[in-house]
Design a protein. Structure first.
Length: 429
């Protein structure tokens, strides 16, 4: 277990040394427009989801250890490529490679944690995973802020070396195949069961809008920093502040706020805060104001991320929870890709009409919030959530710590099973 948690910490350290400064590098060093930067980030999100789906397919054929190590090695190639190339097409290709590698790595790591956790301790194990993820993110911001100056390409090389270390550690220290637990399989008729679940389908489609808005911070904040800050890479420190905030306050938010609200009300409130955090970037003319906007955003994030997972967990069917989460991950990746593409276009328009992107962000938060509140009146969804709340194995609470800002978010609460999308079908007897 410790080996896996160290891997989680290192993967977030490497990734979040890159994520905050990648839009800055693409815009300032290479000279890409905001719109093109959005396309590159959208390509990363799509590649991540393809990697995640491929990881599920490969894990029960070549083993989780191999998939984790292979994903880390591919991610290393992508990050080092970002440090080598300074032309658009090679940059786009290496970004896709990095996204695919990270996608391979993430779900198999979560599945291995679930398999190695002792029975009844899965929630604790994933809380530790969340802590490790946020510690890695926090350290990454500090490294960029205090130790890196000059060319940002150094960061990509460091991230690549970290991922090579993850690959070696995983290959030599993790158990073969799926460990002591059997690799999951898809029972016959599983996909039909999922798509007949109208509450899940509707909630999943709405979640695309949520993830599209959520994805805006990764592009809007760094690109805003290029306008406001003399040293834009210092924006990485805001990710450190975000992670420390989550570590310190997620438990309190979960137990004191989320547990006392209807899940759709919690989502609605979180979206208002996320929209406000993004919208107030219009007036962010210093590093302090960037921090304030980021803090407003993370307050909404602490409401949204656990609640989305909890809601999907409650809407899923017994024995198929891994498949439900696999499909939910696909929708989250689609939302992020759309959000990055549209966000880049908005920020490009914002060069001419400065207030427009930030106004759209704020209004979008309100509109999506109202759509979600309206779902409270939809009887099929309300009945599904009410039935889940009465089950003895219902989740007592959402995770104590945000499971990590890059991997959305494949762990269920009541059984912590691996997603099973595109896995082997179980033969009926």
């Amino acid at each position: 277990m410790l080996i896996l948690l160290v891997g989680v910490l290192l993967s977030h350290l490497g990734t979040y040394m890159v994520i905050p400064i990648l839009p800055i590098m693409l815009n300032e060093t290479i000279g890409l427009t905001f719109s093109t930067v959005g396309m590159v980030l959208a390509a990363y999100a799509i590649a991540f989801q393809f990697g995640s789906l491929s990881g599920g397919f490969l894990a029960d054929r070549i083993g989780r250890r191999t998939v984790i190590a292979l994903g880390a090695l591919i991610g290393a190639v992508g990050f080092i490529g970002l440090g080598i190339f300074s032309i658009y097409i090679p940059i786009l290709v290496t970004t896709v490679i990095a996204g695919f590698g990270n996608g391979l790595n993430a779900p198999s790591t979560k599945a291995a944690i679930a398999a190695l956790a002792s029975k009844g301790k899965e929630t604790t194990a994933f809380s530790f995973r969340g802590i490790a993820a946020n510690i890695g993110t926090a350290i990454a911001g500090l490294i960029v802020f205090f130790l890196v100056s000059g060319s940002p390409t150094t960061i990509f090389w460091i991230a690549g070396i970290i991922y090579i270390g993850i690959a070696l550690k995983s290959w030599f220290l993790l158990p073969k195949n799926c460990g002591d637990a059997p690799c999951p399989a898809i029972p016959p008729g599983a996909y039909k069961e999922v798509f007949r679940n109208k509450p899940f389908v509707v909630f999943g489609l709405i979640s695309i809008l949520i993830w599209a808005l959520y994805a805006q911070l990764a592009i809007a904040l760094p690109l805003r920093a290029t306008v406001v800050l003399s040293e834009p890479s210092n924006v990485a420190l805001i990710w450190t502040i975000k992670s420390v905030t989550v570590i310190l306050f997620q438990t309190w938010v979960t137990t004191k706020i989320i547990s006392r609200l209807h899940p759709l009300v919690a989502l609605s409130a979180g979206l208002i805060l996320i929209g406000a955090g993004l919208g107030t970037l219009l007036w962010a003319n210093s590093f302090l104001f960037l921090i304030i906007s980021g803090t407003i955003f993370v307050c909404g994030e602490m409401l949204i991320l656990p609640t989305i997972d909890s809601t999907i967990s409650q809407l899923s069917k017994a024995g198929l929870i891994g498949l439900f989460f696999g499909l939910a991950n696909v929708l989250s990746g689609l939302g992020e890709a759309i959000g990055n593409f549209v966000g880049g276009r908005l920020l490009e328009i914002g060069k001419e009409v400065e207030y427009l992107p930030w106004l759209v962000y704020g209004i979008s938060g309100v509109v999506i919030s109202l759509i979600i509140l309206a779902l409270i009146k939809w009887k099929p969804l309300q009945e599904s959530l009410s039935q889940a709340a009465q089950q003895q194995d219902r989740p007592e609470k959402a995770p104590h710590v945000n499971p990590g800002p890059s991997n959305h978010l494949s762990h269920p609460f009541n059984s912590w099973e691996q997603e099973t999308l595109f896995r082997k079908r179980r033969r009926s007897t």
